[in-house]
Design a binder for this molecule. Structure first.
Ligand SMILES: *Cc1c(COP(=O)(O)O)cnc(C)c1O
Length: 379
């Protein structure tokens, strides 16, 4: 996947996005949750991977329901989904109902005010409008509080004007299989559903769908897992890596014990060693918090599968790594180095930077060249 033979002259970093792996991941999750429907969450430009490429690949694989965060994101992917449905997780901002209805997408309504505005729009159009209702089951982020669900349930008029395509909620601790919140939220979701008219339901995202079929309901909403993320702590999610990020060695140099490396001289060579300077820094999405020493395991890169830990501070365009244990013949100027890939997984990279793989993905910078591996390409 990371052959450098076709590199353009002067290219340093490269982000390779394997659309075949993405489609296979969607299919694998769809098979796992069947007969529930597997939707795709493509907010934040498909987690930074490029909705323009990701959405058509998912649609071609058979995905027909897409979730975005904002109206502008919905507008961007609307031409790419064919007859597929688009849900806007942020719902309706004041005054946006008419534009949302014109676009033909489905707002996820989290407050009685939004429901009122959407109902008003439906009446004005003499048309039943599609909608999703978000109920809070314990995350206390978006969603109707239990009291509001009860109030809504009394208002039969609403259900004459709105078609409820989905009743949904979102889990707080789905990555931890035995977290008590999971069962509590499942119960709370059931109570809310029982008050509302019968409608398809959705509770699980990437980790929730790993909690078993009781959490699947009618639609699951994975994002991260589609992109190869393994956030679930109970078992391996049946998905493959989608993203590989590589950069190149600019210089290899020898240090003697006592030499310091990088800004603020935070690293002192404990013994003679060899380091490589790589063309990647925080401007490329390598968090500065991956610098060593961190108190946590420092970030690592890999050269042909050999791990090399970061030394000193991550700077804007450069990092230094300890390559003392990497075979010398691999340490050539211009050689490819894996920043994210099969050896340095997205989740490892996130952990080493005191964050999560999600944040790493959504912050990959535009400076690196992007390559999309499609059906026709050989990987
Ligand atoms: C982002 C989001 C998802 C997708 O979450 P992943 O962990 O990436 O699968 C699903 N539902 C809601 C409400 C979200 O905000």
């Amino acid at each position: 996947m990371s052959e450098s033979s076709s590199s353009s002259a002067g290219e340093t970093g490269r982000i390779t996005i394997d659309l075949k792996a993405l489609a296979a991941n969607w299919q694998s999750l769809a098979n796992m949750v069947s007969p529930a429907e597997c939707a795709a969450v493509v907010k934040a430009d498909a987690y930074g991977l490029g909705a323009r490429h990701v959405v058509p690949a998912l649609a071609q694989a058979g995905c027909t329901s897409f979730f975005v965060a904002t109206f502008n994101e919905a507008k961007e992917i609307k031409p790419l989904v064919g007859t597929g449905r688009i849900f806007i997780l942020d719902g309706l901002l004041p005054g946006s109902a008419s534009a949302v209805a014109d676009l033909g997408v489905i707002p996820v309504l989290s407050t009685l005010d939004e429901i009122g505005e959407w109902q008003y729009e439906a009446k004005a159009r003499s048309q039943k409008l599609p909608s999703a209702i978000h109920v809070d089951s314990g995350l206390h982020r978006l969603g109707l509080a239990p009291g509001d669900v009860a109030r809504l349930a009394q208002d039969q008029d609403v259900f004459a004007d709105l078609h409820i395509d989905l009743v949904m909620s979102h889990l707080a601790s789905a990555d931890v299989p035995d977290a008590p919140e999971n069962q509590a939220q499942l119960t709370a979701f059931g109570i809310s559903r029982s008050l509302l008219p019968d409608a398809p339901a959705s509770l699980a995202a990437s980790d929730g769908l790993m909690l078993g079929s009781a959490f699947h309901f009618d639609v699951v909403r994975p994002g991260y897992a589609l992109y190869g993320g393994q956030a679930f702590q109970g078992a391996e999610t049946p998905v493959k890596p989608v993203v590989e990020v590589t950069t190149k060695i600019l210089q290899v140099r020898s240090l003697v014990a006592g030499d310091k490396v990088g800004y603020s001289a935070t690293f002192t060579a404990p013994h003679d060693m060899t380091i490589a300077i790589l063309a990647a820094g925080y401007a490329d999405g390598i968090p500065r918090s991956a610098s060593a020493p961190t108190g946590k395991p420092a970030g690592v890169v890999a050269i042909q599968g050999h791990l090399a830990p970061l030394v000193g501070r991550v700077s804007m365009d450069l990092i230094a790594v300890d390559v003392s244990h990497v075979p010398t013949h691999l340490l050539t100027r211009g050689a490819d180095v894996e920043l994210i890939g099969p050896t340095c997984t997205l989740d490892m990279v996130g952990q080493a930077a005191n964050t999560i793989g999600y944040e790493i993905l959504t912050r990959l910078s535009p400076r690196f060249e992007r390559i999309y591996l499609d059906k026709g390409d050989n990987a």
